[in-house]
Design a protein around this ligand. Structure first.
Ligand SMILES: Nc1ncnc2c1ncn2[C@@H]1O[C@H](COP(=O)(O)OP(=O)(O)OP(=O)(O)O)[C@@H](O)[C@H]1O
Ligand SMILES: [Mg+2]
Length: 602
């Protein structure tokens, strides 16, 4: 179980972009709901302004009805205040109603895009990225983004407008006191700017660490048998504790930074208000300022307290949202599988017979993340499987057999050379076309959370029915499914019934043959079966292979005997091609590979 400390440096280039530039990338997703979002912002500004009218009403009341002891006037003022308060509350409620549903839609849309993109990214990408990192980007980060769109985005604007209007009102009331209140603005702005940079860095680190933590949790859930079987739960728990302690440290640092920002943002204006209160009281005593003006002034200042205080954490949330956006687009910017390159390599309508079948032309392959200078896994492979023929691929473990089979459905792209199906370069076909021609079954059979039947029918591109399903199950000797609680509708996969390795392998085989593919690629499809089941599958498979062109990775002579010819892969090259008997006679390495398993030379 690999430790994941290095995954904080995820591939995907880290660019130094400003938070605003990063957040602007969200526009395409926000665009469809822009009307609602702008309306909501406008409504919130109105609500905020309604709040700012309250001090002016107070001033009128203090200097008018209160001073004149006019109780009817006081009641009128009170009623007006009540109405203003009510309007403010209603408008804020309206805002929330306006944004909630569309923003949930934005989040869902972005998540769907991410998922679709992940499906289209090449296998090489998934080899490189820890799945926990992808998981956390699809969940936590998107939630942060929705919260940002719902809250900080609007309120940074609303609070900004409120502060400006409020300050103007205060300056109009009494400009000297207004300047006193404005005094702390500069130190507050400086603090924000200084801490923003540091906060960005820490926020990014925290989000990456959440990804690492997710990876550990995911691995321990998937590998629970190994962990228990080897008594590794302590060390696994330690690894988890280690990571979660690191994350806690980072979160604490974030909180510390926020506390400092907040301390400054809250304290300085508070002091300024105190100073203004004293100065104002002195002026009222001198008679140079009306009591009503002082009341209005101070209540405006107090009304601005929340907008000012909140700026700190609104900026912090925006910063986190920027980081989340960055992480989101790191995945979205990864190149998906290239499209068909066009018909440049088509050999034309008249397919020559020597080109039909499955053919490797001088194919070399090296994994994209292999260290530079290391020898390629596959080196100038030339192999021709004639139409209707089946070829067994034999080689020592680690010799590149799985790699070779993965090139045919283009799970990996050849580094050089080309592969043709009936003379047509596979890169010139669309992926749909290619994958409807080629069916594969891999060493590690994967079942999805769905019915057994659906799992098998996945291999047929929606063209097969019940009869095809039954035929495929027969070929794979998977009759056991009829004995399952709900027959072919029984749920399997993570959310369903657990099947044995051999049972899963047979379902994977059924999935490969159900669509009657022209080309069948099987990676050691019978390794988990007992001798009798294997013999039965082989007997049925022989009929299927008679109709298709097959490439079968084999370790055992019994599987090899299914094929017409055998190719031996060694040192990245095809070193011999011939029938089983020929290779047994002429190739020492082949004899060695086949020896020790059953009666090799029958
Ligand atoms: N995703 C990958 N990224 C980088 N290297 C890989 C990857 N998968 C396999 N390799 C390397 O490529 C080589 C060939 O692996 P491959 O799985 O093709 O062997 P194989 O012949 O199928 O072995 P086996 O008989 O054990 O299944 C190995 O050295 C392996 O380490
Ligand atoms: Mg393999």
């Amino acid at each position: 179980m690999a430790t994941t400390s290095e995954t904080t440096e995820e591939p995907g280039k880290r660019r130094d972009r400003s938070a605003v530039r990063t957040l602007l990338r969200l526009w395409p997703y926000v665009r469809p709901v822009r009307v609602r979002l702008f309306t909501a912002a406008f409504v919130a500004v109105l609500a905020s302004c309604a709040g700012l009218v309250i001090p002016l009403v107070l001033k009128w009341m203090v200097d008018g009805p209160v001073a004149d002891r006019d109780s009817a006037g006081v009641w009128l003022g009170a009623l007006f205040l009540l109405l203003l308060g009510l309007t403010e509350a209603l408008l804020f409620g309206l805002r929330r109603w306006l944004v909630a549903r569309p923003l949930a839609g934005v989040e869902a849309g972005m998540r769907a895009d991410l998922y679709r993109h992940l499906q289209r990214l090449p296998v090489a990408f998934h080899d490189r990225w820890a799945s926990g990192q992808l998981l956390s980007r699809g969940t936590t980060d998107l939630m942060l983004l929705r919260m940002f769109l719902a809250f900080p985005l609007t309120f940074l604007l609303v609070n900004g407008v409120t502060i400006v209007i409020g300050v103007v009102i205060m300056l109009i009331q009494e400009w000297t006191l207004g300047l006193v209140i404005l005094g702390p603005a500069i130190p507050v702005i400086v603090t924000c700017v200084v801490f923003e940079t540091r906060y960005t860095e820490v926020a990014r680190r925290a989000q990456d660490q959440v990804g690492d933590l997710t990876t550990v949790v995911e691995e321990s859930v998937l590998g629970i048998r190994i962990i228990k079987g080897f008594g590794r739960h302590r060390s696994q728990a330690r690894a988890f504790r280690e990571l979660s302690r690191t994350l806690r440290g980072t979160e604490l640092r974030k909180a510390g930074l926020l506390a400092t920002i907040w301390g400054v943002i809250v304290t300085l204006p508070e002091v300024a208000i105190g100073v203004a209160l004293v100065l104002g009281a002195v002026q009222v005593a001198d008679g140079s300022l009306s009591a009503g003006t002082l009341v209005a002034f101070l209540s405006t200042a107090l009304a601005l307290r929340w907008p000012v205080d909140s700026i700190g954490f609104l900026l912090a949330m925006s910063q986190e949202a920027a980081t989340a956006t960055e992480r989101y687009f790191e995945v979205m910017d990864a190149e998906p599988e290239s499209r068909a390159t066009g018909a440049t390599t088509r050999t034309g309508a008249t397919t020559r017979t020597e080109d039909s079948g499955l053919r490797f032309h001088n194919v070399s392959f090296r994994y994209p993340d292999a260290p530079a200078g290391s020898p390629p896994v596959l080196d100038r492979i030339d192999l021709h499987i004639r139409p209707g023929e089946s070829m067994a691929l034999v080689g020592a473990t680690g010799s590149g057999k799985t790699t070779l089979t993965a090139l045919v459905p283009r799970l990996h792209e050849v580094t050089s050379g080309r592969i043709t199906l009936d003379g047509e370069d596979i890169t010139a076909m669309s992926r749909e076309e290619l994958r409807s021609k080629v069916a594969v079954a891999f060493e590690e059979p994967t079942l999805f959370s769905a019915g057994v039947g659906d799992n098998v029918l996945m291999g047929a591109h929606g063209t097969a029915g019940q009869a095809e399903l039954e035929r495929a199950l027969t070929v794979a000797q998977a009759d056991f499914v009829y004995a399952l609680p709900q027959g072919t509708d029984t749920q399997v996969g993570e959310q369903g019934l657990s099947l044995s390795g051999g049972q899963r392998q047979r379902l994977a085989l059924a999935r490969a043959v159900v669509g009657r593919p022209r080309f069948l690629v099987l990676d050691d499809p019978l390794s988990a079966l007992d001798v009798h089941t294997e013999a039965a599958v082989e007997a049925a498979l022989r009929d299927v292979l008679a109709e298709t062109t097959g490439l079968i990775v084999a370790h055992r002579p019994s599987t090899v005997l299914l094929a017409d010819r055998v190719a031996l892969l060694s040192g990245g090259r095809i070193v011999a091609v011939g029938t089983h008997q020929e290779l047994l006679r002429t190739n020492a390495e082949y004899v060695h590979l086949m020896a020790g398993t059953e009666e090799a030379a029958q």
